[in-house]
Unconditional design. Structure first.
Length: 280
């Protein structure tokens, strides 16, 4: 009996051992299969990321769509400057009475319109050292106007080519706390002269800070050939516009741009954003 018992006991142990081993093998095989699938899922998730919403801090696009009604209006503005004025200005200040009137959009697209003119070049300058609006992509730390005025950074280091032929830009540069002193210094006049001479007779389009809240546009208006005043239609109070006109050199005003004018389709060919300023 002892041999039979030992034989049964041995058979029972082998059976239990087999039962313990078989689930173990299956479990590990499943885990390995799952691990192999994980990277595939991760890759798919990474591929979906670019389809998400843009971050809220992304800067708005300043250029109007090509072949749009807005682009045509900037062509008309350029035409007014070149054909209707006896002496087209080579340095143009784009100013507004208060913030958020669209002066930077006007400056960018006017410079682009000029650069597309045959045999004409444009240099877009961010003269708003307090709150710059023109950047090289996402780089907001590149050297620019403030560096030229403060420490004499060479013009060759701040004058940057763009993807648009015949268009160069100069950013506001390193952030500064004495923007009014820099713009009001004698180096500002030397800067405009140097840029004009280096740009092969290029037209300078300068985006400035708001007139009422800052002093820089008052100084710049006396250094440039002409000033274009940007007004947000039906929003900027009349008294603000009047104060702005008293703060700058009125003899330099060559035109007014009414931004976001509500125009009916039938008016598209009879009304413009640009109106020549009556100096009388």
């Amino acid at each position: 009996m002892s041999r039979v018992y030992r034989a049964l006991e041995k058979a029972e142990e082998e059976k239990k051992k087999k039962l313990r081993e078989e689930p173990s093998v299956n479990v590990f095989e499943d885990i390995e299969t799952f691990k192999k699938e994980k990277p595939v899922l991760k890759i798919r998730e990474e591929k979906r990321k670019p389809l998400g919403l843009l971050p809220v801090e992304e800067t708005p696009v300043l250029m109007v769509p090509p072949r749009s009604f807005a682009e045509e209006e900037f062509r008309k503005l350029k035409t007014q400057l070149f054909l209707r004025l006896p002496n087209p200005p080579h340095s143009i200040l784009i100013a507004s009475a208060v913030p958020q009137e669209g002066k930077t959009v006007v400056a960018v697209n006017l410079a682009m319109a000029i650069s597309k003119e045959i045999n004409k070049k444009a240099i877009l300058i961010d003269g708003d050292l307090r709150k710059p609006g023109i950047h090289l992509g996402k780089d907001k730390t590149s050297k620019g106007l403030s560096d030229f005025l403060s420490d004499g950074t060479p013009l060759s280091e701040i004058l940057t080519n763009t993807e648009v032929e015949n268009l160069k830009i100069i950013t506001a540069g390193t952030q500064t706390s004495n923007s009014s002193e820099l713009i009001g210094s004698g180096r500002m006049g030397a800067f405009l002269k140097a840029v004009g001479e280096s740009g092969e007779n290029a037209y300078l389009v300068i985006d400035s800070s708001p007139i009422i809240s800052t002093t820089e546009p008052t100084v710049l208006s006396r250094l440039v050939d002409g000033v274009i005043l940007v007004i947000m239609a039906d929003q900027t109070p009349k008294e603000y516009v009047q104060r702005a006109l008293k703060s700058i050199d009125r003899q330099k005003i060559i035109g007014v741009v009414f931004n976001q004018v509500d125009m009916e389709p039938s008016d598209h060919y009879s009304r413009y954003y640009y109106y020549q300023y009556d100096k009388k």
